[in-house]
Design a protein around this ligand. Sequence first.
Ligand code: GUN
Length: 294
Amino acid sequence: MADAKLIDGKAFAGGLRQRVGAGVADLIAKGGPKPGLATVLVGADPASQVYVRSKGKLAVELGMASFDHQLPENTTEAELLAVVAQLNADPTVNGILVQLPLPRHIDTAKVLIAIDPAKDVDGFHPVNVGRLGSIAPGAPLDFPVPCTPLGVSMLLQDALGSLSGLNAVIVGRSNLVGRPVAQLLLRADCTVTITHSRTRDLPAVCRQADILVVAIGKTEFVKGGWIKPGAAVVDVGINRIPTPEGKSRLVGDVAFAEAQKVAGYVTPVPGGVGPMTVACLMYNTLQATRRVAG
Ligand code: GUN
C-alpha cells in the first residue's frame, strides 16, 4: 500500500489563523469590539513563559488586544482569584487563559470555576465541560471548546469530510484531550470508544478504528500493527527524547514510520496537532467576542 497521506496541521493552522485575522478585521470594520485576550501566568517556568508569550504575540498579529499578567510563584490563591475577578469584569477582555499547571499551593479547580464561562477560551470551566458533554449530534458549538480537541476534530473533518458512522478509538481519557475529543467525535456521529491503561487487548481495540486519536503521553506507544489499514491516525503526543548527538527531538505517541506504512492518513510530530492548539485559542477568542457583540 502507498504511504499514508500526511495531515499537515501546520498548514491548516496557518489558514485558520488567517481566517481569524480576517474575522477580527471584519468585526472591527463593522463597528464591533476589538477582541481582547488576557493571559495569566503564575511563576517563572521557562516553557510556560514561552507558550504564554507566543499566545500574546499571535493575538496581536491577528489584530486583537493582548493583556499579559505575570504573577510571582508565591501569589496566593486569593490574589489570583482577585485577578480573575478583575478580568471577568473588564469589558475589553473577551478571553481569559490561566496557564496550567498552577503552583501546588493553588487549587486549580477553584480558579477555573471562577472564570466567566463566556470568557473561558480554554473550555475548561465545568459549565462548558457540561455543555460539550450534553451536546446533541450536529448541534452548534456556540460555547468555548478545549483548543487541542477542537483542532483534532477540525483536522479530521478536513481530511475525511463527513465522519458519520466511523469507528473512532481514543487512546487516553484525560480531561484535557481524550474526553473532549470523544465528545466532539460523538457529536460528529462517530461510534466512539475511549481506551486507557486498564483496557484489555488495546492493540485489538485500536485495530477496529477508522479514526485513531492517541493522547497518552508515551513515546511511540502505538505500533504500526495496531492500526487498521487505511485508518486516519491523529497523534496528540509531544515527547522530547535525546538523540545520539546529545541533542533532543520531538516524537509523538505513535511510531510514526510504522504508522505511515499502514494508515491512510497520519499527523506528523511536530507539525501535526501542535500548531492547531494556539490557532484554535485565537478562534475561540474571536468567537467569544462575536457572541458578546451580538
Ligand atoms: N498548559 C499547557 N497547555 C495548556 C492549555 O491549552 N491551556 C492552558 N491554560 N494551560 C496549558
